[in-house]
Design a protein around this ligand. Structure first.
Ligand SMILES: Cc1cc2nc3c(=O)[nH]c(=O)nc-3n(C[C@H](O)[C@H](O)[C@H](O)COP(=O)(O)OP(=O)(O)OC[C@H]3O[C@@H](n4cnc5c(N)ncnc54)[C@H](O)[C@@H]3O)c2cc1C
Length: 379
């Protein structure tokens, strides 16, 4: 058991942190005001190797893996958790294609997704409910050399900034009749619906995708009919939840930094409030929660890099880290007193961002259903 990062990983952390300060920090106010991701970052994220960090080199990535991806998402989320969510939405698309796609699909789509030409999305959720994946209504029917897909996806990360969407649809009425299709914006029948005006993680674009008799070539079916739900659940466990956990860890540490800085600078009774034990106790709670969240998150990523099962660990990391992010931001806001509600103070944004991590990639209750079932059986 070794909890230290390698020299290469430390270097990666440093270079991503510098990149985030240089390229992302200046765009945070604009993304907050506009409520969406700044697409001018796409080529820069590609050039830095961030978009292809979990994708093998033969498909245009650098194959650094899940721990490296966690480092990248954590460091970027310290500066702008919304961009962290954008990456999560992108990685679920690349992960699904590289894990379940055909050789032709990998060669066609992954180089575009990793180079900085474009972003990807995973379109599963519909107005009928995100937790009930099998409750979706989007229907794909085969017509000659095409599938014709009709339905409406909502809450999709990168909806309006991605051009390649791994999309779950029904292929029949049976319990296993689902499949994933790679849908491009340019396909006839594809359009975009509303763009959500979210309370937090505003540096990510979230919105609707509308498929109205959308013509999708049969070669864009991923795997085979009947595999869809299995592919999506594996992607949620192995890419979505670990990435959201990393976003949350970034929020925990950003909250800790903001809280500690404010406590050192705010003088009451002639001394910095960091001298007050009540404030030190709040800092202790933030620090302990942040470390616990970080350890669980890197354990899940490390298991994935070793090719070991990590569904339970990733679900636990996502659940604990997102709850920790909300707690840490709340305690950090307490330390800021009245200044916590003023927009010039980053904690105001981090507090809103933290809440939005909780339903993203599956709610806390759904995570607890998974963990509770496992615990009831195995302990
Ligand atoms: C910022 C953001 C980004 C997102 N990005 C994407 C994306 O890229 N792609 C995508 O497909 N989706 C995305 N989603 C959707 C997200 O996955 C869903 O919001 C989430 O799964 C919950 O679905 P829902 O909102 O429809 O709530 P519902 O499923 O309607 O749940 C309502 C309530 O019921 C509870 N509940 C549901 N089932 C159970 C159960 N079995 N036991 C106990 N309680 C239960 C839930 O916990 C919740 O409290 C995103 C959501 C957000 C907020």
């Amino acid at each position: 058991m070794d909890f230290s990062f390698s020299e290469k990983e430390e270097l990666l952390r440093k270079s991503i942190a510098e990149f985030a300060k240089r390229e992302i920090a200046p765009l945070v106010d604009k993304m907050e005001a506009e409520g969406g991701f700044a697409p001018e970052l796409i080529p820069k994220l590609g050039e830095m190797g961030i978009l292809g960090i979990i994708t093998p080199p033969e498909y245009g990535g650098n194959g650094m893996g899940h721990v490296a991806k966690t480092i990248a998402v954590e460091e970027i989320s310290k500066v702008c958790p919304g961009v962290g969510l954008t990456l999560e939405g992108h990685y679920v698309c690349t992960y699904l294609i590289q894990t379940f796609g055909s050789e032709d699909q990998k060669k066609k789509y992954l180089p575009r997704l990793t180079s900085g030409e474009t972003l990807g999305s995973l379109a599963v959720t519909e107005p009928t409910g995100g937790s009930d994946v099998a409750g979706i209504q989007t229907m794909a029917r085969r017509e000659g050399d095409h599938y014709v897909i009709t339905g409406r996806k909502c809450f999709i990360s990168n909806s309006h900034v991605a051009t390649i969407h791994a999309t779950l649809a029904r292929t029949g009425e049976g319990p296993k009749d689902f499949a994933v299709f790679i849908v491009e914006n340019s396909f006839p029948g594809f359009s975009l619906g509303r763009k959500e005006n979210k309370m937090g993680l505003r540096g990510a674009t979230t919105g609707e995708i509308i498929l109205d008799n959308c013509q999708v070539p049969i070669e864009n079916l991923v795997g085979k009919e009947g595999d869809g739900v299995k592919q999506v659940l594996a992607t949620i466990n192995q890419a979505a939840r670990p990435s959201m956990a990393a976003v949350a860890v970034g929020i925990c540490y950003a909250s800790l930094e903001e809280a500690a800085r404010f406590a050192r600078e705010r003088v009451l009774y002639g001394k910095p409030i960091s001298n007050l034990q009540a404030i030190q106790f709040l800092l202790a709670d933030i620090y302990a929660q942040a470390e616990a969240a970080r350890l669980l998150t890197y354990r899940a990523a490390s298991l994935l890099d070793q090719g070991q099962p990590a569904d339970i660990e990733a679900t636990m990391a996502k659940y604990v880290a997102c709850e920790a992010a909300f707690q840490c931001a709340r305690w950090a806001a307490d330390i800021h007193g009245g200044y916590s509600v003023i927009k010039e103070y980053p904690i105001e944004r981090l507090f809103r961002d933290a809440w939005v991590t909780i339903p993203s990639s599956g709610t806390a209750q759904v995570a607890k259903v998974v963990l509770g079932r496992y615990a009831a059986k195995n302990f």
